[in-house]
Design a protein around this ligand. Sequence first.
Ligand SMILES: Nc1ncnc2c1ncn2[C@@H]1O[C@H](COP(=O)(O)OP(=O)(O)OP(=O)(O)O)[C@@H](O)[C@H]1O
Ligand SMILES: [Mg+2]
Length: 204
Amino acid sequence: MTTIECKNLSFKYEQDYVLSNIDFKLKTNSLYVLKGDNGSGKTTLCKILTGLYDNYEGEIYLENRDIKKMNRDELLNLIFYSAQLTPVFSDTLSNNIFLDSKITKEQENKYFKMIKFFSLDELEEKEIIDDGSVSGGQKQKIGILRALFSNKEILIFDEPTANLDKQSIKKLVMIIKKLKETKLIIVISHDNTFDCIASEIIKI
Ligand SMILES: Nc1ncnc2c1ncn2[C@@H]1O[C@H](COP(=O)(O)OP(=O)(O)OP(=O)(O)O)[C@@H](O)[C@H]1O
Ligand SMILES: [Mg+2]
């Protein structure tokens, strides 16, 4: 079963601790909403979970394996982190969403359904999109769909609603609610958008 366990996790970039004695146990088929003030360490925690920093104190277990003993590829096979700012590559919309993974017929059908659902048709019609010509909300949607189509067991969304309009936020809640049935999901959010579908709200 997919689980993440943090035991007494502390981390500092320089002298001051950014994270102090964090403890939690997360399991699949659940949605965890991570809250905390600007600078409280939410994004840092995600970076640690995805193996970007390993000079932390305490222990982190993924599926009961110490992540310090896993290589980065093993970690990234399990976790997809959708960052606060999604970079867009100069390529088609579908390559921007599927990245390097193979596309099955079933996924292709789902892709067109999601593009329509999330009002990205306009970008789908363009041959090439790039970072400078895509709006903030569209970038965010690309990041969300990247996570959705990544097929990873653990999906982390870092402030996914920041650039979305009201209608798109409602749609995102529907998407996350559905994903929650099969995945372990962490959503970082400053507002109450996801509280009603959360398994647990974690404050750091
Ligand atoms: N690479 C770095 N080097 C030094 N300090 C850093 C680095 N990255 C982040 N920090 C500091 O660590 C603290 C936590 O940053 P982090 O990005 O994790 O916060 P956050 O909770 O995600 O905030 P926000 O809600 O604004 O996104 C901040 O004080 C930040 O300035
Ligand atoms: Mg952040």
